[in-house]
Ligand binder design. Structure first.
Ligand SMILES: [Zn+2]
Length: 134
C-alpha cells in the first residue's frame, strides 16, 4: 500500500462525543487501535493505564506543589526539589558533582532571567516600534 494513502486514511469509528475518531487506522484495518474489535482487551488495558497515569500525575502535582508546569515558578520549584533531594543523599563524590552541576544550572538560569529582564527594560525604554523583533 502506498505510504501517502495510508497516512490520509482515518478510523471509521465515532468517539465518545459521536464525532469521527480521526485517528489513523491500523495497517490493513479500517479502525484505529482503540476502536478495533481485534484489540478491544488491549485497548481497555491501555485506557486503564492512561487513567492511572493521569491520576498519578495529578497527585504528583499536588504533592510537589506544582500547579502550572510550564511556569517559571514551576521551574524554580522543581530546581528546589532536586536540590533538597540531592542534599539528603549520602555525602559522596557523586552527590558533590550533582550539587556543583545544580549550582552551575542555577547560575545559568539567573543569568538568563537577568538578561531577559534587561532586554524587556531596554525595549520599554526605546518604545514598542523599535523593539527587537522575534
Ligand atoms: Zn478510532
Amino acid at each position: 500500500m502506498d505510504k501517502e494513502v495510508r497516512i490520509s486514511r482515518k478510523c471509521t469509528s465515532l468517539n465518545k462525543d459521536d464525532l469521527p475518531c480521526g485517528s489513523p487506522p491500523l495497517y490493513e484495518d479500517v479502525q484505529c487501535f482503540m476502536h478495533s474489535p481485534k484489540h478491544r482487551e488491549d485497548a481497555q488495558k491501555a485506557r486503564s493505564l492512561g487513567g492511572q497515569r493521569r491520576r498519578k500525575e495529578q497527585a504528583t502535582q499536588v504533592i510537589f506543589d506544582l500547579n502550572d508546569l510550564t511556569s517559571l515558578e514551576a521551574t524554580d520549584r522543581i530546581f528546589e526539589i532536586v536540590a533538597l533531594d540531592t542534599l539528603q543523599l549520602d555525602n559522596t563524590p557523586a552527590r558533590s558533582r550533582a550539587l556543583i552541576a545544580l549550582i552551575k544550572t542555577k547560575i545559568d538560569m539567573n543569568k538568563h532571567a537577568d538578561l531577559a529582564q534587561r532586554i524587556a527594560e531596554l525595549e520599554e525604554a526605546i518604545g514598542q516600534e523599535n523593539a527587537i523583533k522575534h
